[in-house]
Design a protein around this ligand. Structure first.
Ligand code: ADP
Ligand code: MG
Length: 462
């Protein structure tokens, strides 16, 4: 037995920390890495604990990859890192820690490079630990894609093949694919799953060609049970890669192996991709992830806020869900910034402080709805002339829709009251303020009016 001191898990952990310190610098190291306690290393997973959820989530979302990579360098058997909340005396509920005992170092595990190869870490990519079905929020816009993903994850017979997921940036394609991979690894650990981006696929392919080793490249990919390739649009215009991909694809489908793909467009809309490949890509099930609805965005924020353990007023979450509409990554980023800020300055979060912290993010999202669009939509909705948005007419039939448009301009853009007033035929900012108050009052007292406004707002946010 070779139990020299350096091979103990504790010694490895010390080296991992040293590595992270070098990589992150002293201050980030002290804030986020130093508080971590090593709990156990088991079945290729390192379990770490921290004392608060906030630190856990922060570390998970910012440093999990780095920590995993550092561990894998020390000990190639490690393929996952789990971070849990553990206070001095109790183990937080719902955490995945198996034993409610005080931290104790686990026995060293032997180096087992095969495991890494088994899991495809050598030529695949590491899976993000947060991207599981547990952390996935289902809504109207993604329910079909979710159902398809769950089916593929549970089905060992590849009845849906390939599954092709597509949707815009930041709508959860990578999350959903990764969730499939985690689920398969958990339920069917003997199945060999490889997840990688199309870019990485190409990179591996080129490297194999350069080292004249395309045989082992082919074998690697053709020996898997589940091949997942993310962001397939990347192979557009890359003919040799497409050719290789096409053959890999056919070989796997012939053996009834599962394939899961993602892209930002449907197969038929992919430009610069050969026709025969396009048609193959669309053979199985094509499921698209639609732009998020307000309800889904709010649901995602609520789930995340709950996990972070930081108190965030519902109004702030609603505000974010209304304002950051296009990209869930940005939405989460906004929430992270608000919680980080609140924790650092130690003051409770308010709508005002949130707006301040997110100033630039809100501006960037605002550009999408303009006052002109709001005026046009609202005029159409109430069947008045667009010109009446600017006209001095005061008849209720035009004045009320105009107030609605002013109100929505205040809500959906970051224009100031005077700026809004100018766009409505040079009205004074007090007129806009009055309109905003009036509409708020009506929304509170008149249910059907309220629904009307909500509908308009949603249409404008699409
Ligand atoms: P894409 O690959 O489509 O660009 P990602 O899968 O990277 O998008 O998702 C961006 C971020 O949004 C990730 O942090 C992901 O966890 C989160 N996200 C997107 N949709 C959902 C959802 N329905 N539930 C929970 N998180 C989501
Ligand atoms: Mg992605």
């Amino acid at each position: 037995m070779m139990h020299d001191k350096d091979s103990t898990i504790e010694a490895q952990w010390a080296r991992v920390r040293a590595r992270l310190r070098k990589e992150l610098g002293d201050s980030a190291y002290r804030s986020w890495i130093k508080p971590l306690t090593l709990i156990a290393v088991e079945k290729g997973e390192t379990r770490l604990a921290v004392s608060t959820r906030f630190v856990r989530d922060w570390v998970r979302s910012h440093y999990a990859d780095l920590i995993r990579t550092a561990w894998a360098t020390e000990n190639s058997a490690i393929t996952a890192v789990e971070i849990a909340v553990q206070t001095a005396t109790t183990v937080a509920r719902s955490e995945s820690l198996a034993k409610p005992e005080p931290p104790r170092p686990a026995p060293p595990i032997p180096r087992a490079p095969e495991i890494a190869v088994e899991n495809g870490e050598d030529f695949g990519a590491a899976l993000d630990a947060r991207f599981t079905f547990d952390n996935w929020v289902v809504g109207k816009s993604n329910e079909f894609a979710t159902a398809a993903a769950r089916r593929v994850a549970d089905d060992t017979k590849a009845t849906i093949n390939p599954l092709f997921l597509y949707g815009g940036v930041g709508l959860g394609k990578t999350h959903l694919m990764t969730a499939i991979a985690w689920q398969i690894r958990r339920r069917h650990p003997q199945r060999k799953v490889i997840y990688l981006s199309a870019e990485k696929f190409m990179f591996q392919f080129i490297r194999a060609m350069r080292s004249k080793d395309t045989m082992s490249f082919k074998e690697q990919f053709r020996s898997v049970d589940v091949l997942m390739i993310d962001d397939v649009q990347f192979i557009a215009g890359k003919d040799a890669t497409q050719e290789e991909f096409f053959h890999t694809f056919n070989a796997l489908v012939d053996q009834n192996k599962q394939i899961v793909l993602s892209a930002d467009k449907s197969p038929s809309d992919l430009e610069g991709v050969e026709e025969r490949l396009k048609s193959r890509l669309g053979w199985g099930l094509v499921a698209d992830i639609h732009p998020t609805t307000y309800e889904l965005r709010l649901g995602i924020l609520q789930a995340k806020a709950e996990r972070s353990g930081v108190q965030i007023p519902p109004k702030v979450l609603e505000f974010l869900a209304h304002k950051v509409t296009q990209n869930v990554r940005e939405l989460e980023g906004g929430l992270n910034r608000i919680t980080a800020h609140a924790t650092l300055v130690g003051r409770p979060i308010t709508l005002e402080s949130a707006q301040e912290v997110l100033h630039d993010l809100l501006r960037a999202n605002d550009r999408r709805v303009t006052i002109e669009e709001i005026q046009k939509r609202v005029a159409e909705h109430y069947s008045i002339r667009l010109a009446d948005m600017h006209s001095p007419r005061r008849a209720r039939a035009v004045a009320r829709p105009r107030q609605v448009a002013m109100y929505l301009s205040k809500q959906l853009t970051s224009r100031s009251l005077p700026e809004i007033g100018r766009k409505f035929g040079g009205r004074d900012h007090t007129t806009v303020m009055h309109a905003v108050r009036k509409i708020e009052e009506l929304r509170a007292s008149d249910h059907s009016f309220n629904e009307d406004i909500e509908l308009l707002r949603r249409m404008l946010e699409q």
